[in-house]
Structures are given as C-alpha cells and as structure tokens.
Design a protein around this ligand. Structure first.
Ligand code: ADP
Ligand code: ZN
Ligand code: MG
Length: 493
C-alpha cells in the first residue's frame, strides 16, 4: 500500500478540517448511435484501426458535416432525465486547437448556446440527500485516439486511430456543488445510473465511453468566495476520481498553509505514483477562439418533438426505487439493490408478474440468483426465465417443497435450464415428509446418540441444533424444519 496522501503531505487533521473542498465535474459521455455525429461512419468499438473513417471525419478539405438526428434525440432524452431545460435553439461552434487527434484543427462543439441548461440530480451521501446542479449539457464530436508505444520520453512511437473521431459526445457540466470526494463519487454513480436507464450510452469507463474531469478548489470554512480551481484529467475509474480529489485537496491545503498560492492549471492523475502531475496551465476560453460553426444550421428542437421524446423516458431509478418499496413491501435497501440496473429491475417485476410474492422474489433474486451468477462468473442474461424462478418460489410458498430443497433445485435449474417442476418430479423431491416419518427419523437419531441426549438433558442447549441437523439429513432436507423442531422438543423433554 502506498502511504496515504495525508501522511505524504504531513498535514494535521485539525488543519485539514479548517478547509472546505469545492468540486465540480465535467463528464463526457459517448452516445450509443450506430453512426457518427456528422457522417455515416460506424461508431463500433474495437474495429481495426482507421477502418471507420471517411473524408468528413478525417477532416479533408471541401467536406461538409451533416448532423445526425438521432444524436439530438438521445441528448435531449438525457437532458430531460437530468431535469434540464432543453432549448428550442442551440448552436454549434468551432473550438480551435491543434493536436494530431483533431484533423480539422478544430472541434465542433456547442459553446454559447448549448442544447440544455439548468438541471439537477439528487445524490445520496452519508445518509443525506442533496441536489447537485447541472449547469449544461452540450453536444460535441469526439477526437481520435492516440496510442503510444513504449513509455520513455525519447523513443516512443505514436499512432492515431481515427475511428473514434466524430463519435457523438454529450458533455455534462455540474455546478460546483460538491463538498467532498465521496460526494463527487456519489454524483458520478447516480449520473451514470440515470444515463444507463435512458440507454443513451453504455457508460463504460474502461472503453472510454464515460470520461470524467474533476475541478477542485478549497476555501476556509465559513467563507463564501471560491478558491482557485485545478482541473484533473485522466480519471478512468471511480476509484481514481476519489483518490485524485483526496490528493488534490490536501495538496491545495498544504500550499495555502505554507503561504503559497494555487495556480489555475490542468493536472493529470498519475496512477502508478498515486499523485497528480501538472500538465499545463489552464487554457482560457479565448485561447480556443470559439466562433459559430458556419457549416451547420442551428439545432432546432421544437416543443412538439421535445415532448415526443419526453414520452419515451423510462421510469428513472429514484422513482422506481420508491415504487418498489411501496408496492412490493420490500425494504428500501432491497429496492435499491433491485433497481441497480434496468435489466435487474425488469427481471424482478417479471418474476412478480408471473405470480411470485414480492418479498420472497426479492430474497431469491438477491441471495440465490445474484450469488450464483457471481460465483459462476456469468452475465445476468444467463439467469433462468423469470417464469421459471416464479414457479420455484411458488413451490416453496405452497409448501410443496421446503426452502432447503428449493435451494438445491435452484442450483440444478440454474445449471441445466430444466424447470423446477421437472427437477422436483424427476428426483422425487416433492413428497412432503409426513409427521410419522419425521417422528421415526427423530427417534432413530436419538437412539443412536445417547451421549448427546445426556448432554442435552444436562443443560447443553447447543446440542439441539445437532439433532435438528441429523433429522433434516435423514429426511433429505424434505421435512418442514419447524415440525422437526417440535417433534425433537417433545421427544427430548
Ligand atoms: P472553465 O471556464 O475554467 O472551464 P467553468 O466555469 O466552465 O470553468 O467550470 C468548469 C467546471 O469547474 C464546472 O464543473 C464547475 O462546476 C467547476 N468549478 C468552477 N469553479 C470552481 C471552483 N472554484 N472550484 C471547484 N470547481 C469549480
Ligand atoms: Zn466518417
Ligand atoms: Mg469549461
């Protein structure tokens, strides 16, 4: 383990406590359109380098961009899910900078008139709920991908894969509303979950379809004015986001405490050294020489179209969680687990729709199904049909099989795809063990274990469990555990 950054900076906790962190995130999300934002090239991930390119996304002279309507539709859907106001008119601009991943020499982005502004999401952190403001959501094109071979300063080769160039992005800028690294983590988790529900992006951080830059500053607690901020890039996991913020906050406090000043700059998270490194001083908007994109018309989202899109909004995680808890009588925790993804929530509701009670469906899915899936390292799509799980649950509910037998049947069902009914019939598991059979088994167990009987009679209550276990085993787990308990109590007293 690396030393905690606190130790590294050597700042006393009471000094750290004098300051309040201020955090705002800029999140880039690749939209799941089939083709790019301004040309017909495929956006597929993982294709042979430079196979999905054309004169438009390669930025060749004389070409003209044409806006992909589906991009606007998806971004509008995301904006509505984030409680933003979607503007009837927005506009593209050119953001000029020179870098090999940007063949035109400018990125087409939205600047003065973004697609949407003024949204918020509710984030839970430390048991409390808090609204985090969303300043804007705007559209832009992604740049190409630089691949470096070798890591030494001098002898590296750089390759450029233009497949990514022109992939549609929406950038979601938050207000500087977060006050702790954990809050930023919670914001990003919530944002990602909402976007996944709307299905506008797969939000895969490893593949770069969700990328996050963090802006952070500190100020003395109780003061109003913000401190100078630093932007940290290259945060390709949730963990790095949190670690980088923790590191930066302590670095800022260290600089301020020693009488220094924070310079506004862009830094990179260095995951091998567990620290941030300065990359460049922060560029200002005027460095980009923004101006309206002359080759594209303003974007027009009519009220009618916007409302049409709004009608396709799915039930969002928060609403679904609340409904689950109210409608199915499950705990808020269960509701949270079951709404973690839309697929899981749909599955749960399908099991209930097939006739299984809410509470036991919730238990079966969380313990047996999710447990088995993770043990077998299988994707959720390998789950039994919801109707098959409902059938099994109802066999237990109606007393046809015991919970212990049902767990065994579940594993067989999971591995073989056979139905619970078939397995129970084929293996003769359905016969309820009658009271006589239980009593006979109990008598045999007692007769075989005189020493344990003596122990029990001498006051060793712990032995009772042993007797129950033996009788359950003798009845192949098919006896009702309560009945076994009752019979043993009677015979042993
Ligand atoms: P810039 O013009 O430098 O890009 P913006 O005003 O666009 O700055 O803000 C970029 C991001 O930085 C936003 O997410 C915003 O919430 C956040 N931010 C702005 N000021 C601060 C600050 N003083 N401390 C932390 N974050 C900030
Ligand atoms: Zn193209
Ligand atoms: Mg900005």
């Amino acid at each position: 383990m690396v030393k905690s950054t606190q130790e590294a900076a050597g700042i006393a906790p009471e000094v750290l406590a004098k300051y309040e962190p201020v955090i705002g995130l800029e999140v880039h999300v690749q939209l799941l359109t089939k083709s790019k934002i301004f040309c017909g090239c495929s956006t597929r991930f993982g294709d042979a380098p430079n196979s999905n390119t054309c004169p438009i996304c390669l930025g060749l002279p004389g070409t003209l961009p044409v806006l992909n309507k589906r991009v606007v539709e998806m971004a509008t859907l995301a904006s509505l899910a984030l409680n933003c106001t979607v503007h009837e008119h927005s506009r593209f601009a050119r953001k000029n900078y020179f870098y090999p991943d940007l063949p035109k020499g400018y990125q087409i982005s939205q600047y003065e008139l973004p697609l949407a502004t003024g949204g918020w999401i509710e984030v839970e952190h430390g048991g409390a709920k808090k609204r985090i403001g969303i300043t804007r959501l705007h559209l832009e094109e992604d740049a190409a991908k630089n691949l470096h071979e070798g890591f030494s300063q001098s002898a590296t080769k750089a390759y450029i894969d233009y497949n990514r160039c022109g992939t549609p992005l929406c950038e979601i800028v938050s207000e500087p509303d977060m006050r702790a690294p954990e809050e930023a983590y919670a914001y990003l988790t919530t944002l990602r979950q909402i976007l996944l529900y709307t299905e506008v992006s797969d939000c895969n951080m490893e593949e770069g379809s969700l990328r996050c830059d963090a802006n952070v500053s500190v100020r003395l607690r109780g003061t109003q004015e913000f401190g100078t901020k630093v932007e940290v890039k290259n945060l390709n996991s949730f963990r790095f986001l949190q670690k980088a913020l923790e590191y930066e906050i302590e670095r800022h406090i260290g600089v301020l405490e020693s009488g220094g000043r924070i310079s506004q700059e862009t830094r990179l998270w260095n995951q091998t050294a567990n620290r941030t490194d300065s990359m460049r001083s922060k560029e200002k908007a005027h460095d980009y020489r923004y101006f309206p994109e002359p080759d594209l018309l303003p974007v027009h989202v009519s009220a009618v179209w916007r409302e049409e899109i709004r009608r396709t909004l799915p039930e969002l995680p928060d609403a679904r969680r609340n409904r689950f808890a109210a409608k199915y009588g499950i705990t808020p925790y269960d509701a949270e687990v079951l709404t973690a993804s839309r697929t899981l929530a749909d599955y749960f509701e399908a099991v209930v729709a097939a006739g299984a009670p809410g509470k036991s469906s919730a238990n079966w899915i969380q313990t047996e199904l999710l447990g088995r899936l993770s043990e077998a390292r299988k994707p959720f799509t390998d789950s039994p049909e919801p109707t098959a799980l409902a059938e099994l649950i109802n066999l237990v509910e109606s007393g046809k099989i015991t919970a212990a037998v049902a767990k065994r049947v579940f594993v067989k069902m999971f591995d073989s795809g056979r139905s619970a009914g078939e397995i129970v019939a084929a293996e003769g598991l359905g016969g309820q063990v009658g009271a006589d059979a239980i009593e006979q088994a109990a008598r045999e167990v007692i007769a075989k274990n005189p020493e344990d009987v003596a122990k029990f009679k001498g006051g060793n209550e712990g032995v009772f469990k042993f007797f129950v276990g033996q009788v359950m085993r003798a009845t192949r787990g098919q006896a009702n555990p309560q009945a076994v308990n009752d019979v043993l109590r009677r015979l042993l007293s």
